[in-house]
Design a protein around this ligand. Structure first.
Ligand code: 5AD
Ligand code: SF4
Length: 440
């Protein structure tokens, strides 16, 4: 039996594409290998969001090259956003690569592997949906569902619109059927994926169109799915119906990841985010009004071209005022063929690093404060397995998407009640409520 190995970089969308690669390969009769050395087919699913992602991947590729030089019959494949962004250049720069394909082009990989001749091939069209391909899930009780591919935004720093193409939504009846099937297989939590989930449906024909809020309602009605999450929404498309859904739909979790990027309206304008600081704060106020306990997380970029100290202070001030439950913070990284890479006044690296440090300090201080509201409360936790730091304890996630480490008896995939006794900026700690267990 032939064996494959997949190394994944980047976002949850890529993780999910890799699950589908694995599912597809297993349906072709391949089995998963524990390491690249043992694999007949060595695959990389790549990311290109920041320069660091590119660098990490090219270092890994060197390892595959060494394996291939000893075993020329092995196949090396490179898929995902980095491959798409450099296209045929992959073969010129890395002649030992046999097949290269853009994000989601998993079916093309199958075509390549089942073809009679295995001469080097690249597949970079944006076409077709691979969302329906079988996925090999990492966990039985959690699943990703891709509700749309591509992105119609033109954020000036971002490479994704060029690597994943225009936005295409999957019809809601297909998604409902998929969620029902997942529920029947024992999945309790689904995470809806899209580059801009809340613009979902706008490209569908009028008679088959559901809005994102309607889709959430349809999925919530499926019995067996106890938790629904989604990532990422765009603040410009965050409408009241979606926020109300968080208050009304029992399975929709109390967590919204709302990427800010910058707290300065003039930077936001040059980023082409199409909202201002005020409008963003308005959305936050609406969330807090309808779902007071909602966890809010975000993405922030520091050092965008032309960002002044005063612009940056507006970001700091906004992060302090909102009080995020967590944030991913990034140093701006110029990307090929993006508008921002050509803008004047690129910020010196030392300034970017210094701003990042100051931002992280505010984010962590506020996340710590926010987390204290959980101390003394009993939270529903979906058990994931042993704690990473202390295997005698368990680890799981609350509906707020907080990692909870706790003493208890729960099995992976089980919901338990945990009494929270302490909280840091990142994790909560506590013990399983024995009374709740006895009552079940
Ligand atoms: N440089 C730095 N961060 C970026 N992101 C996207 N493009 C860039 C870039 N060129 C960040 C944004 C986005 C997250 C996924 O990555 O914050 O929300
Ligand atoms: Fe995901 Fe963006 Fe990286 Fe592509 S470039 S894998 S969409 S994070």
């Amino acid at each position: 039996m032939k064996r494959y190995h997949v190394t994944t970089f980047g976002c949850q969308m890529n993780e999910h594409d890799s699950e589908r690669m694995k599912g597809m390969l297993e349906s072709l009769g391949y089995a998963e290998a524990d390491s690249q050395e043992q694999a007949d087919l060595i695959l990389f699913n790549t990311c290109s969001i920041r320069e660091k992602a590119d660098d990490r991947f090219t270092a890994h590729l060197g390892h595959a090259k060494r394996i291939k030089s000893q075993h020329p019959e092995r196949i090396v494949g490179v898929g995902g956003c980095w491959a798409q962004s450099v296209k045929e250049e992959v073969f010129a720069r890395f002649p030992f690569v046999d097949v290269a394909f853009g994000p989601g082009q998993v079916h093309k990989l199958a075509e390549f592997l089942t073809a009679d001749s295995l001469s080097a091939q690249g597949y970079f069209e944006f076409e077709g949906f691979t969302g329906h391909l079988p996925a090999k899930r990492a966990r039985d009780y959690q699943a990703w569902m891709q509700i749309s591919v591509g992105c119609n935004c033109v954020c000036s720093y971002c490479i994704v619109p060029s690597t994943r193409g225009r936005e295409v939504s999957r019809p809601s009846h297909e998604l409902v059927a998929e969620a029902r099937r997942l529920a029947s297989e024992g999945v309790r939590e689904i995470t809806l994926l899209g580059q801009n989930v809340n613009s979902y449906g706008r490209d569908l024909p009028r008679d088959a169109r559901s809005s994102f809020a309607e889709l959430l309602g349809q999925l919530d009605a499926i019995s067996g799915i106890d938790r629904i999450r989604y990532t990422s929404p765009h603040p410009k498309d965050m409408r009241e119906d979606v926020i109300r859904a968080h208050a009304q739909l029992p399975s929709l979790c109390e967590h919204i990841h709302l990427p800010l990027q910058s707290g300065s309206s003039s930077v936001l304008k040059r980023m082409r985010r199409t909202y201002t600081r005020e409008r963003y704060l308005d959305r936050v106020a609406m969330i807090r009004e309808h779902v007071p306990d909602c966890a809010l997380t975000t993405d922030i970029i520091v050092g965008f071209p032309g960002e002044t100290e005063a612009d940056f202070e507006q970001t700091l001030e906004l992060a302090d005022a909102v009080g995020y439950d967590g944030a991913f913070t990034f140093i701006y990284s110029p990307r090929r063929a993006t508008e921002a890479a050509t803008l004047p006044d690129q910020v010196p690296h030392e300034v970017k690093v210094e701003r990042l440090e100051r931002l992280v300090e505010v984010v962590q201080r506020r996340a710590f404060d926010r987390a204290q509201r959980f101390v003394g409360r009993a939270l529903e936790v979906l058990v994931e397995g042993p704690s990473r730091t202390d295997p005698s304890r368990l680890r799981g996630r609350s509906r707020h998407n907080k990692v909870v480490n706790f003493a208890g008896l729960g099995e992976p995939g089980e919901f338990v009640e945990v009494e929270i006794s302490s909280a840091t900026s990142q994790t909560l700690s506590g013990q399983e409520s024995i009374f709740a267990r006895a009552a079940r």
